[in-house]
Design a protein. Structure first.
Lengths: 763, 442
């Protein structure tokens, strides 16, 4: 690793800012602990004092106020913060005149790690009590009950913070959300266990005046001619329904009124309506109907009219409908898979203990922790009021699904209360939940809970085995969707605004295809244990026909995705994906600044400070002007001293990707100007076009650090903070320099104290 | 209610179908028997993002509204029903040392008048004006308040310069860390407010469900109590939100048991979320009117689009994103587009005012009893500023408002003063709200 890192050091593109990644590589030639007064303070004075000294210190971080080690020990967080900024290359700023040398950075970090931090002891900061987010809720009920429930549509949106939707402190529980949990539990349990409904209720009751396509007065539909009236109805499931209609005829001629009922175009019956106004009749039929939205139609078939003649009165047969309703489903519902399995597992032969055993088992699964006897008794009390067994189980489950034990990833301080500040190991069940939320975006399965109960998660080996199994389970797709989908922001494709007139290839299905390509690459690298670098420089991708058409790659037909060799195309890895190129563009044009910023934040992991006040609109100012290329216009206005320091870091990266249009198609010209995708990065490296840019990024170890930091944020459900630096560094140190993989990163995180322990905080 | 009173109900069957129109128009009879004698005052807030093009917003002179500026022209027929307020400022939406993020701050501060906490992974704000009212008088209705919006929010990445996405997608805040969630799907709004009440069978089913819910709440409350003592401070606060949810639902159940409210037929149930933006907006507005008319609630907010929204208004032939063109840099073409978007939003407001006016409420109509604030917490979208905010106050507030004029308040008058004044008219006594300095004289 060391050699490799030092070698890379020559190549990293933003030299002054990136060297500290290589710090681990520096041979600690000078052993012995650094001292604050002699080693650290002079460095702070030299490199930080311009902005971080005195009363007007930026961000109120005064690094020069405390002059002795004694005093510094009183404020460890101040120096941890400084070390964190140094380590992440956010400070000193990239364009600062003076940049510390490698050894100097090393010295400062060593003082923090070896002298300062050990004094307070390691205290892993725990995430704030995490509620299952909508994504996790959906997966949990799918995995627990094999129930499809569109939680993301049903619940209010989760608050995204630190780039992810699973940050405990940001996941609020509003009154409305709680109410929806109660309702969701009823819906989910209703789907999990099919029961005969005690009475058959009308699904819908439609008044005659509510039908479409027919005249109505006084809530009565008037069929004066052969006409059809329709109404949309929603049926809860496939099944047998009873259709009831009240109507009557003004009879004439030699037939009664004939009235046909049909559903979604299929005839159900023809009623012979003989009743008359004085005594309307109710007509019924039963039919097997498809669940979901459908159209119910009523047609009058045999209109008859004979004008008045000398010998007879006028004859006019008309039909009138009061209402129609659909009742049911009236057939016994088919038992669900979950229900059948449960009944096999807890057969009637258990007799008196059947319900108790069932509830105990389910509570273990749903609450992710064995329930105490007293809890089982309470469940039994509330569920036992219902019969039969299935109705009681349903009731028990409803309660379990609203309980905080299901909705939150609870890590309560075990009674008796330990001393605040003390660090404790997570219980095996808490650990199992953290793992399954990370790897599956869901709750643990039975096997994982069993491993937890058997103590298998308490060893490194056991953790690794459990993790391997979980990664290879289809459920780990959630990691690519939940983690990669947010890290890479491909989730935003769902709402990306693209001008369809300018970019007709960007269809609704393209949104999905683009996202799929990136998620599949991530999944492939994860499951096949490929090098993380392949995310950046893979010369293959996962394409279907429409993506291949966008990329001008021949021979890919059909909607399905397959691995395709793209080595002869100018695309490599994620930065050639339509997904990322689209979410970093404006609806009508590319936005090189956004692309550059995106790469810095998500690939390099060194976000720039936000723009100074009033600077934000410069980008847009001249965008409509077409007298010069976008590049020339952007270059012209970033010359302002306020802007140049950051834009000279961001913009060249974005320009390097200019051959990709706003939806990622290759282009040689933009707005009638030839694309100029050459650039010079802040460190002086020159490149020509995306391929060379990717090659430079490919040499920059900050990518590994960035992926690790993002994954750890997602894994812990909280933003990384200065205290996490040693953990992150240790994960990085344990990567195989020749072949770093996502697995190694995940394992490093899962094995860390931060993941496996928590600090007991004051109640 | 009898069926015969639903005169034009058949129109409703068109909902959400390919035509998507007509909307909830006349879902209810003209007369609804409400469970109270006197007509209550309602409070509604409507928010539009990215500021407006102010030169086409301000009327020429103060005093009685005469010739309306271009953007406000769609309100021509409501000339005597609304006022334009100038000079109002939202200081807490300014950076005040927190750097960029004006969009996130704008939405968050509009009704809270508190500086949002800018800290990675954290949320911290205040309680919004509508929620103060909801918490104070909301117990009089089945729902304390209603929060609607057109965009769900929750995109990946940073929403606005390091602020949590919660800020730019919520104007209603139940607590400093808890946005009062909003609903964007018309069908779900309908189900929550109205479903199952119009048939005897539906009512019987809901009564049975209420009873079961009560014992469920007892159970989980005990669970939560036991756990609460084992949690640290921050975790405990999350659990307190959970308790608040329990209490509110308990109140609702108790209310439903004794309450008579006007029922809405299930046949009015919308099918889902219309793809067309204007239809979506109007459908939600219909539901809002219906909620007020049937006294489901007296307080509502409606976020027409999340703050900073980059929606393309293709229905207006505008292909670029709204946020992008709001930074128009004085480009004439962009200004033209931004004006049209602003006016389009006002057309939607006109639709809502029309619906309120057409809805009978006692001897008058719903617009008479409503106070509706329409505005943005960004003034000039090009500059991201937060003073001289575009603000309309519509309706007559049960006789407590005298609409029909353009008033310019002194510069830097806190917008919160308007909130405070309206709170007062809602019968909620609050001495201050955020950075308020007193009640605005209306």
């Amino acid at each position: 690793m060391r050699l490799l890192l030092l070698y890379r050091l020559v190549l990293v593109f933003c030299l002054p800012a990136s060297v500290c990644v290589a710090l681990v590589a520096v041979d600690p030639a000078h052993v012995g602990k650094p001292s604050f007064e002699q080693d650290v303070y002079p460095l702070l004075d030299r490199y930080c004092s311009k902005c971080h000294e005195g009363n007007d210190a930026k961000k109120e971080i005064d690094l020069l106020r405390l002059e002795s080690e004694e005093e510094a020990f009183e404020h460890p967080e101040l120096y941890q913060k400084a070390a964190w900024a140094l380590w992440r290359d956010t400070m000193p700023p990239p364009l600062a005149e003076k940049q510390p040398t490698l050894e100097e950075r090393e010295l400062l970090l060593r003082w923090v790690d070896e002298v300062l931090t050990p004094r307070q002891g390691f205290q892993p900061s725990a995430p704030t009590l995490r509620r299952l987010n909508n994504r996790e809720y959906k997966s949990a009920v799918r995995d627990l009950f094999q129930v499809a429930f569109e939680a993301e549509e049903f619940f209010p949106a989760d608050n995204v913070s630190s780039g992810f939707d699973n940050i405990g402190s940001a996941l609020a529980m509003s009154d409305m959300r709680f109410e929806k949990y109660v309702e969701a539990a009823e819906i989910v349990v209703g789907k999990a266990i099919a029961l005969d409904s005690p009475e058959h209720l009308p699904v819908v009751h439609i008044g005659g005046d509510e039908m479409r396509g027919i005249r109505a007065t006084d809530s009565l539909a008037h069929f004066y001619t052969n006409a059809t009236a329709t109404s949309e109805v929603y049926l809860p499931r496939d099944g047998v329904y009873r259709i009831r209609m009240q109507g009557w005829g003004r009879q004439a001629g030699n037939q009664n009124c004939l009235v046909r009922a049909s559903f979604n175009g299929g005839d159900l019956t023809v009623w012979d309506v003989s009743s008359t106004r004085s005594e309307p009749g109710i007509y019924e039929c039963e039919a097997i109907l498809d669940g979901g939205e459908g159209v119910l139609a009523i047609s009058f078939l045999n209109d008859y009219f004979r004008p008045k003649t000398d010998t007879s009165e006028k004859e006019d047969r008309n039909f009138y409908m009061d209402w129609i309703e659909v009742v049911g489903p009236i057939d016994a519902p088919e038992k669900t898979l979950f229900q059948k399995n449960l009944a096999l597992r807890f057969p009637e032969s258990l007799e008196g203990r059947r319900l108790e055993k069932t509830l105990e088992h389910l509570a273990f699964q749903v609450w992710r922790c064995p329930p105490a006897g007293e809890e089982v008794q309470r469940l039994l009390e509330i569920a036992g009021e219902q019969s039969p067994w299935e109705a009681a189980v349903r009731r028990g489950l409803e309660v379990m699904l609203v309980s905080p034990r299901f909705l939150f990833a609870l890590e309560p301080n075990p009674p008796p209360k330990k001393d605040p500040g003390k660090v404790r190991d997570l219980s095996p069940f808490e650990l199992a939940t953290r793992m399954s939320l990370l790897l599956w975006g869901s709750v643990p399965d039975e096997k994982l809970l069993r491993s937890a109960a058997e103590g298998a998660l308490s060893t490194d080996r056991g953790l690794e085995r459990a993790m391997s199994r979980m990664i290879h389970s289809p459920r780990s797709k959630a990691l690519s969707q939940g983690f990669a989908g947010q890290w890479l922001q491909v989730r935003n494709l769902k709402t990306a605004e693209v001008d369809r007139e300018l970019f007709p290839l960007f269809t609704e299905s393209m949104r999905h295809s683009m996202a799929e390509e990136s998620l599949r690459l991530f999944e492939h690298v994860l499951r096949e244990d490929r090098s993380v670098w392949e995310l950046l420089d893979a010369d293959y991708s996962f394409l279907n026909e429409e993506l291949a058409r966008l990329y001008e790659i021949q021979g890919v037909e059909g909607e399905h995705f397959r691995k395709v060799d793209i080595s002869s195309s100018p695309r490599r890895g994620l930065l050639g994906h339509g997904s990322i190129l689209t979410v970093t563009s404006r609806p009508t044009r590319t936005a090189p600044v956004i692309r550059g910023k995106w790469v810095l934040e998500n690939i390099v992991g060194s976000p720039l400070p936000p723009p100074p006040p009033g600077a934000d609109s410069l980008d847009e100012d001249n965008a409509a002007n077409t007298e010069a290329s976008l590049r020339k216009r952007l270059e012209a206005h970033r010359q302002k001293p306020n802007c140049i320091s950051c834009h000279s870091v961001m913009d060249p990266i974005g320009f390097g990707l200019e051959n990709f249009d706003p939806i990622g198609a290759w282009r040689e010209e933009a707005d009638a100007f030839p694309v100029d995708a050459a650039g010079t990065l802040l460190g002086g490296q020159q490149f020509e076009g995306a391929l060379e840019l990717v090659q430079i990024l490919r040499q920059d170890d900050r990518f590994l650090r960035c992926v690790t930091e993002k994954l750890a944020t997602y894994a812990l459900g909280r933003p990384m903070n200065p205290q996490d630096r040693p953990m992150l560094q240790s994960v990085l140190n344990n990567l195989d320099p020749e072949h770093p993989t996502l697995r190694q990163i995940l394992l490093g995180i899962i094995r860390s104290q931060t993941f496996r322990q928590r600090t007991v905080l004051r109640s | 209610l009898t069926h015969s009173t639903f005169s034009r109900r058949k129109l409703l069957r068109g909902f959400g179908s390919a035509l998507a129109l007509p909307l909830l128009e006349s879902a209810l009879p003209a007369q609804v028997a409400l469970p109270f004698q006197s007509r209550p005052t309602r409070l509604v807030y409507l928010y539009v993002p990215n500021g407006v093009h102010l030169p086409d917003w301000w009327p020429e002179r103060e005093g009685k509204l005469e010739k309306l500026p271009w953007i406000l022209e769609p309100l021509q027929s409501f000339q005597g029903e609304f006022s334009v307020f100038g000079g109002l400022t939202s200081d807490k939406a300014r950076a005040n040392g927190d750097g960029p993020g004006d969009h996130a701050r704008a939405a968050a501060v509009w009704l809270t008048a508190e500086q949002p906490l800018k800290k990675d992974g954290h949320i911290g704000l205040g309680v919004s004006a509508d929620q103060i009212v909801a918490q104070s008088i909301g117990h009089q209705t089945r729902f304390r308040s209603l929060q609607l919006g057109c965009e769900k929010g929750g995109n990946a990445g940073q929403c606005d310069s390091g602020y949590s996405c919660a800020y730019s997608s919520n104007i209603s805040w139940q607590g400093p860390e808890t946005p009062a969630s909003k609903e964007v799907n018309p069908r779900l709004v309908f189900d929550r407010l109205f479903r199952g009440g119009n048939t005897a069978a539906g009512r019987a089913a809901s009564a049975a469900r209420l009873k079961e819910r009560k014992s469920l709440l007892d159970f989980v409350q005990e669970d939560a109590r036991k756990l609460r003592v084992q949690l640290s401070n921050a975790d405990g606060q999350k659990m307190d939100e959970y308790f608040s949810g329990i209490r509110e639902l308990e109140r609702r159940i108790a209310f439903a048991e004794k309450d008579f409210v006007a029922e809405v037929p299930d046949s009015a149930r919308p099918l889902g979320r219309p793809a067309d933006y204007a239809t979506h907006v109007r459908l939600l507005m219909d539901l809002l009117v219906l909620a007020l008319q049937t006294d489901r609630t007296r307080v509502a907010t409606f976020l027409m689009a999340n703050e900073g929204s980059n929606r393309s208004y293709r229905n207006l032939g505008i292909r670029e994103g709204h946020h992008g063109i709001s930074h128009h840099g004085n480009d004439a073409e962009k200004i033209e587009k931004i004006r049209r978007i602003n006016r389009f939003h006002i057309e939607q407001l006109a639709y809502l005012l029309g619906r309120l006016q057409d809805t009978k409420d006692g001897a008058g109509n719903l617009l008479d009893t409503t106070m509706l604030v329409y505005g943005s917490n960004i003034g000039d979208g090009n500059r991201h500023n937060h003073h001289n905010l575009p603000t309309l106050l519509c309706g007559r507030g049960n006789g407590s408002l005298l609409p029909g004029s353009f008033k310019r308040y002194p510069d830097e008058t806190p917008l919160a003063n308007l909130h405070l004044a309206l709170l007062d008219k809602m019968g909620v006594s609050a001495k201050t709200l955020g950075d308020s300095t007193g009640k605005l004289s209306l």
